[in-house]
Write a protein that binds this ligand. Sequence first.
Ligand SMILES: [Zn+2]
Length: 145
Amino acid sequence: MAEQAQATDSGPRPLVPFLKLGASPHLEGQKCTCGAIFLDPKRIACSKCGTAGSLKPVQLSNKGKVYVFSVVHQSFPGIKTPYMTAIVDLPEGVSVRSTLVDLDPLEAQKNPGKVFDLPVELVTSVVAKDREGHEVVGFQYKPSR
Ligand SMILES: [Zn+2]
């Protein structure tokens, strides 16, 4: 019985609830009838117009632009540094905090103008395993090519 339960319950888990996995991984926002979009899936009301119960799931673009970034030189034990964190603006008007990959952090620090407004696209990778052994998938952004 335990094995059966495990078999139906297998497969990777998203690190954050607004990351949707599957054939084409993407972020899912909550869109209000007024047009405002939020990332928080537990939000019950729109902070722009105040309407409650008006939020519907909407698939967000996998492409965006770097609004601002930071090079992290010190982190928790086991986290490789330096790495880059960023706020990425999506065309839907949503800002997403994430990590930038496929860029040289030290080069970016020397020439930050090359990174601001850089077109980027969403990628996913396994970042951990949970206690039950499921792969946990997170998302990052890499330069669009
Ligand atoms: Zn609204």
